[in-house]
Design a protein around this ligand. Structure first.
Ligand SMILES: Nc1ncnc2c1ncn2[C@@H]1O[C@H](COP(=O)(O)OP(=O)(O)OP(=O)(O)O)[C@@H](O)[C@H]1O
Ligand SMILES: [Mg+2]
Length: 378
């Protein structure tokens, strides 16, 4: 039967493996290729057996633990959807950016197992979840923390790693990118894209090709024009950009509104910029609650501590306790280099690649979209 879904199961508890075999015995929609108990064999087996879906027990023990394996499959660009098997006491959230395409909590029936496998297989096939760009939105509930400076330099650093990169100036009212890059007022913006039937050929006339090698979708040149951008049009634009580019980076203003939520919802990663400043940290905590209420998986948000060396007497451990984790990324203060580069409209990562701040941003780019995690996407 050609429509059978080919399944690879990674399970080291014999009783659970037996239970799954039993459930799948009496049906023909799923073809069980193998059940493996050693996580370190899985990447090779995926290449060898070409499963349509992989089921991984989150509690897998041994050299490669369950969720580490899921990460490895994702990072290796294996282009196979993964369902994580867990228990209700250890909830796991679906998170495409980390390669978790579905979750099954034990106990489950044969019907639930087959239905979930079919859903995940179907979604991966129709939504082409592997063919789309990684979208990263720089966000902060507090202004002036360095979002624009970091978004630009991060985009250039990602571009330098050989990935087709587009930067979106999502500060629709007071977009800084135009001034930063000395782009003329007449240069087209987001608003110049057609609203229906937008296609790849439309991008060439609208995107600003920066000498640094990245393309930039500018914000409208005047404040009142921002209102003309609708969430519906923005969704279409993002979907097109994600098909054409490998990485989409968005700079946003410090506000929670429909447009910003559209950027955040569509992102694989929200890169939230924090500084050692008590009001910024307070707003970040308030925002963390809001993200929880919206239902974003904790792994969707990553914290970047900017000017990490300027603690102002703040104890980094207090910040880590407040956030519930150590910030995933950090960038130091760039002093005069940042001011000079911004004034000249050039990225500091190119102006002085050896400066500590440039190395910090380049390292962050690798941590976020290292080649391995995008390999094989196209
Ligand atoms: N790591 C850094 N080292 C030195 N200066 C920095 C650093 N990060 C940002 N700055 C400076 O801080 C100022 C504010 O940065 P930026 O405009 O990027 O912040 P923002 O979060 O985009 O602000 P807004 O909320 O207004 O959009 C700029 O003058 C920038 O040059
Ligand atoms: Mg800004």
């Amino acid at each position: 039967m050609t429509d059978q879904i080919r399944l690879l199961v990674v399970e080291d508890v014999p009783q659970v493996a037996q239970y799954i075999r039993g459930l799948l015995n009496s049906q023909s929609a799923i073809k069980l290729l193998d059940v493996v108990s050693d996580g370190s064999r899985v990447l090779n087996l995926i290449t060898e057996l070409r499963p349509d879906v992989v089921l991984v027990d989150a509690l897998l023990q041994g050299r490669v633990k369950g969720l580490t394996l899921v990460d490895q499959i994702n990072q290796a660009g294996a282009r196979v959807p993964v369902i994580v098997l867990t228990v209700p006491q250890q909830p796991v959230a679906t998170d495409l950016s980390h390669g978790i395409h579905g979750v099954l909590a034990m106990p489950f029936t044969g019907y639930e197992l087959v239905t979930r496998l079919q859903q995940v297989h179907q979604a991966a096939a129709t939504m082409d979840q592997f063919g789309t760009a990684r979208m990263i939105t720089l966000f902060a509930p507090k202004g002036g923390v360095g979002k624009t400076t970091l978004a630009f330099n991060l985009a250039v650093a990602v571009g330098q790693q050989g990935m087709r990169t587009v930067l979106i100036d999502g500060s629709l009212q007071f977009g800084d990118m135009r001034a930063l890059l000395k782009v003329p007022m007449e240069a087209p913006s987001l608003l110049d894209l057609p609203t229906d039937r937008i296609q790849e050929s439309d991008l060439a006339d609208v995107l600003w090709r920066d000498p640094s090698g990245i393309d930039i979708l500018l914000a409208p040149p005047r404040v009142e024009m921002a209102e003309m951008v609708t969430v519906r049009d923005l969704e279409k634009t993002l979907s097109l950009l994600r098909r054409v580019y490998e990485v989409v980076i968005v700079d946003t203003p410090a506000v929670v509104n429909d447009i910003n939520l559209c950027f955040l919802d569509n992102s694989d990663t929200i890169l939230e910029v924090v500084t050692f400043d008590s009001t910024t940290i307070h707003s970040t905590m308030v925002m963390a609650d809001a993200f929880r209420m919206i239902g974003y998986a904790p792994t969707k948000v990553r914290y970047l501590i900017n000017r990490a060396d300027s603690t102002g007497g703040f104890d980094p451990e207090v910040l880590a306790r407040a956030l519930g984790r150590v910030p995933e990324h950090s960038v130091g203060s760039g002093g005069a280099l940042v001011v000079r580069a911004n004034n000249e409209g050039i990225p500091f990562v190119l102006a002085d690649p050896n400066a500590q701040i440039s190395q910090d941003v380049t390292r962050t780019a690798t941590e976020l979209v290292g080649r391995a995690s995008v390999a094989g996407r196209r």
